[in-house]
Design a protein around this ligand. Structure first.
Ligand SMILES: [Zn+2]
Length: 245
């Protein structure tokens, strides 16, 4: 991967997350490891996920200094810096305030494999970061979050949102999307009554392998990019074009 490709993927990851409904106004971000080892490519603060373009990215060093781009980095850049520093095989990390993930985490109950999405964790509960429900705004909190995530595809930040990680950009994005969808499914079922039917651990493991190989994650990613392209071909009024209809 070249730095140009990393920047393109950082833009696409943002757009795919927006198309999946994970935007929270201007909060939440995806980060792609710089292939030259300088740090991460991440959007600058102040932009929504669907608004990200290559000239709205920053290259942020491992000590949270902006090397390319303007302004300060996101306060929560430490999430991505510490997750990617902790696991050299990871290429991309995601942090969003996905609403179903926050609602589900408030229930304080294990995530069950009710659906294909829920099988992503192979019948194990999703990890949770409990050090704070406030911003992950320091190196130390980022390191604690990396330890809680471990090798899982994603984790919940109760009272806050989610994080996900992947060895490819499509997998990191899809892990966030699948966790959000699994949470939404369980919140919906729990709202209707007692949950009685879900996969056991063996079936969940088999479903994880069958439903979520890299090829399926990439298929979902390409679908989201098509959705994003469709939306962006009819953009809302931008702040550079105030007179546009
Ligand atoms: Zn956050």
């Amino acid at each position: 991967m070249t730095p140009d490709q990393a920047q393109r993927l950082a833009v696409e990851a943002s757009h795919a997350l927006a198309a999946a409904g994970q935007g929270d106004m201007v909060w939440g971000h995806a980060a792609v490891r710089d292939p030259r080892g300088r740090g991460i490519w991440i959007k600058a603060p102040g932009w929504g996920l669907e608004e990200v373009r290559e000239d709205r990215l920053q290259l942020v060093s491992w000590d949270a200094t902006v090397l390319h781009g303007t302004g300060a980095p996101h306060k929560e850049c430490h999430i991505h810096l510490r997750l990617l520093a902790a696991s050299p095989d990871l290429v991309c990390t995601v942090h969003t305030h996905a609403s179903a993930a926050v609602a589900f985490a408030a229930l304080g109950t294990p995530l069950l494999p009710l659906s294909h999405e829920g099988a992503l964790f192979g019948g194990e509960d999703v990890p949770r970061f409990r050090a704070t429900g406030a911003l992950v705004s320091t190196r130390e909190l980022g390191k604690a979050l990396a330890a809680d995530l471990g090798t899982a595809p994603a984790a919940l930040l109760p009272k806050h949102g989610l994080v996900s990680a992947g060895r490819t950009v499509p997998s990191a994005v899809m892990h966030a999307v699948l966790l959000e969808r699994a949470c939404a499914m369980q919140v919906r079922a729990a709202a209707a009554g007692t949950i009685r039917v879900h996969s056991g651990r063996a079936e969940a493991r088999a479903k994880r392998a069958e439903c979520w190989p890299d090829s399926q994650l990439e298929a979902g990613w390409h679908y989201l990019l098509r959705r994003a392209a469709d939306t962006l071909s009819h953009p809302p009024v931008s702040r550079e074009d105030p007179d546009r209809d």
